[in-house]
Structures are given as structure tokens and as C-alpha cells.
Design a protein around this ligand. Structure first.
Ligand SMILES: *Cc1c(COP(=O)(O)O)cnc(C)c1O
Length: 396
């Protein structure tokens, strides 16, 4: 019996489920009833794996970072999701769900996006497969993320500005879900391991190609198919889910999660949901959520748009409760320092999200023989403005 797999109602322990308004229930139930049969079928697997190889560029390398290893006194491998088409792990999920949508007979895709990374991945696969694409994005983010909006439009998507609430990611999700309930013929392509069942499980399965590859690559390089530690950053939890999927029930493997500590969890300006969150329902799932003193969902803060979310996938709420993972809240400054360190020791500029995972290395007590696999979830091109500002401020 696998402990960290959902039960038949879509729960990890007490976390998960599908808390949606009545008008969304038919959409969610249709998906619940069809996703496993489709994504487990051999014809789907074949089509999916072919696109991952020829379009995304998989398998992504497992790179032994020797100079970084020397610094931290352990054998560190980097799983290079930054080398994927569109620059991050998100494309794995987008390709998989778009194929699923097609097999469900859907011709129109709806998605939410925060900074625009998931929106660009979704617009990309919709262009690839000839699907109509509508992306919901908070008005504030539309203004902040000019280039990504231009990319989505160039790829043929329509970008709709969400103008409710704070006009950011949380509001884009709400408006996209609302639009879905009035257009049940559309497919909602969710970008992380969050939301109502079956999304957390489905996204984890589609991203699990990451740990499938890690197993084979470690077997080849180390003669054993497991590391001592896996390290990944967590926003909603999709790159982490992919990294840990095939190791969740393997107690030889330590799991280290890095969430956004912002300006420090004690300042109240963070997105460290696993550190400060409490059990509650957010976006259709029972998980841990950051709440303010009135019990409303708090406005999170992080320098990293991809980690700036007040919830987390239900798998992580359960893993934290079961003490299956060690979580560190990595501050903005720690992540920035880690980004510059990787750039200068290995010649790799990581995404600011992935830099949080790198920031966890100095918190771990590593031994010389430890094998560590750390997922670089994306590349840093999109974060150059942030890096330039940091460099100016610290005169590096
Ligand atoms: C979106 C994003 C994340 C955070 O999302 P998860 O679902 O937690 O993986 C992390 N890294 C990069 C590069 C991203 O674009």
C-alpha cells in the first residue's frame, strides 16, 4: 500500500478532495472519471513520451556539479529542467494535459497564470495542437509581465485580465474556474499540483517523468537508483512532485523542500505556507493555507512570482504532517545569493524559484559521500531584471 498516493476520493490522509460549487461539479466529475484511463493507456504514453523527447527535449540531463559539490562537501547532481523547451518543467504538464483534453474531445483550453510561465507553456502546446487558448491573468500581472503577455499573444492565445480582488494569481484562478463552469465544453489546464481532485494527482503523474529519469540516470552514474537527498522548491508543488514521485515511499531518500521565506517569515512578508499555514480549503482543495488575523486568505509575498502563492498542494500538507519532508523557508536574499553562486561556480543562471532550492543546501548537514539531486526547475532569463537590481544594491 502506497502511503503517499491519493485514496479513491482524492485525499492524501485528510488533505485534498474536491470542494467546488455545484455548477462546477459536472466538469470535475467528467475529468475524475476519465483521466486515469486515458493517461495510463499505452497509446497516450506513447504519444506523450514522443513529444517529451522530440518537442520538449527530454530526458533532461542529470549533471554532476563538481565545483558546487566541492563547496558543500557532498556529491551534488542538478536535474536540468531549465533546459526544456520554454525554459522550465511546466511544459511537461502542459503537453500531457493538452493531449488529455484532445482525447476528451475538447477544442478550447482555459488556463490561469501568475507571472506568465504557465500561460506561455499552455499557449505553446495549444499552438502545437491547434487548440483555442484563453489565459486568465491578474490585471496587475498583465502590467508587470509585458514580455510574457506578448509571447502568449504571439503564440495565438487570448489573454484576459482578471480584475477581481487583488488582481493577481489567486483572482485569475477564481475567474478561470468561473468561466469553466459556464463553458463545460472547455478544458481547464491547471498549472501546478493544486486545486480540486484530480489535478494534484494528475499533475504529479505527468511530472513524474522527472523522477523516472533520475532513477535511470543515477543507476547509470552511481550504480544505484536512489539518492540520499532530493531537493526542490515548492510553489504549488509540481516540480517537487515530479522530483520525488518515485521516491515518496522509499525511506532511504530524504526529501528537502524549499519554500519562499520572502523578507523572513517573522516579518509576515513571505509565502512560506508550510511554515506558517493552517488547515483550510483553497481553490477546491483541503490543504494548508496562509490566513490573516480575520481568517481570510493572506496576501503572500515573495521575490519569486512562481512561489508567491498562499497555498500549497495537498500532498505537501500531508507530507509535513507525517514528517516525510524537511522544509526550509529560504529568504529573498538567500535565494539571490544562491543564484549568483551557481552562476559563478557552474555557469548556470537558474530561475529565482529554483534558487530557493539552491539556498537550502547551506541549511543541510551534508556528508562527503551523500548523493544529492537538486532540481533546477527553470532558467533565469526571465529574472534578469531582479538579478540586475540585486547586483546594483550589493555592488557585486
Ligand atoms: C512555476 C514555477 C515554479 C513553481 O511551481 P511548482 O508547481 O511549485 O513547481 C518553480 N520554478 C519555476 C521555474 C516555475 O516556473
Amino acid at each position: 500500500m502506497k502511503k503517499y498516493t491519493i485514496d479513491k476520493n482524492g485525499y492524501y490522509g485528510e488533505f485534498g478532495g474536491a470542494f467546488v460549487p455545484d455548477k462546477l461539479k459536472p466538469c470535475i466529475e467528467e475529468l475524475q472519471n476519465s483521466y486515469r484511463e486515458i493517461i495510463d493507456s499505452s497509446s497516450f504514453r506513447k504519444e506523450y513520451m514522443t513529444l517529451l523527447r522530440d518537442y520538449v527535449g527530454r530526458p533532461s540531463p542529470l549533471y554532476h556539479a563538481e565545483r558546487l559539490s566541492a563547496k558543500y562537501g557532498a556529491k551534488i547532481y542538478l536535474k536540468r529542467e531549465d533546459l526544456n523547451h520554454t525554459g522550465a518543467h511546466k511544459i511537461n504538464n502542459a503537453v500531457g494535459q493538452a493531449l488529455l483534453a484532445k482525447r476528451m474531445g475538447k477544442k478550447r483550453i482555459i488556463a490561469e497564470t501568475g507571472a506568465g510561465q504557465h500561460g506561455v507553456a499552455t499557449a505553446t502546446v495549444c499552438a502545437l495542437m491547434g487548440l483555442e487558448c484563453v489565459i486568465y491573468m491578474g490585471q496587475v500581472d498583465v502590467e508587470r509581465q509585458f514580455v510574457n503577455v506578448q509571447k502568449m499573444e504571439m503564440l495565438g492565445a487570448r489573454v484576459v485580465a482578471a480584475t477581481s480582488g487583488n488582481m493577481t494569481l489567486k483572482d485569475a484562478v477564481n475567474e478561470a474556474l468561473d468561466e469553466w463552469s459556464s463553458n463545460p465544453d472547455s478544458y481547464y489546464l491547471l498549472g501546478s499540483a493544486v486545486g480540486p481532485h484530480p489535478y494534484p494527482d494528475m499533475v504529479a503523474r505527468l511530472q513524474s517523468v522527472i523522477s523516472e529519469e533520475i532513477k535511470a540516470q543515477l543507476r547509470e552514474k552511481e550504480g544505484r537508483d536512489y539518492p540520499d537527498y532530493l531537493v526542490a522548491c515548492v510553489g504549488g508543488g509540481s516540480n517537487a512532485a515530479g522530483t520525488i514521485y518515485h521516491y515518496l515511499d522509499d525511506s532511504r531518500v530524504g526529501i528537502v523542500l524549499a519554500e519562499a521565506g520572502g523578507k523572513g517569515v517573522e516579518t509576515g512578508m513571505s509565502a512560506a505556507t508550510l511554515t506558517v499555514g493552517v488547515p483550510a480549503v483553497l481553490h477546491g482543495s483541503k490543504t494548508v493555507v496562509m490566513l490573516d488575523e480575520n481568517g481570510d486568505v493572506a496576501e503572500p509575498y515573495s521575490i519569486s512570482a512562481g512561489l508567491d502563492y498562499p497555498g500549497v498542494g495537498p500532498l505537501y500538507a500531508y507530507m509535513a504532517q507525517q514528517k516525510r519532508a524537511v522544509t526550509y523557508a529560504i529568504t529573498d536574499d538567500e535565494a539571490l545569493a544562491a543564484a549568483f553562486e551557481l552562476a559563478r561556480t557552474e555557469g548556470i543562471i537558474p530561475a529565482i524559484e529554483s534558487s530557493h532550492a539552491l539556498g537550502a543546501l547551506s541549511k543541510m548537514s551534508l556528508k562527503k559521500d551523500d548523493i544529492v539531486v537538486l532540481t533546477i526547475s527553470g532558467r533565469g532569463d526571465k529574472d534578469m531584471d531582479t538579478f540586475i537590481e540585486y547586483k546594483k544594491a550589493s555592488a557585486m
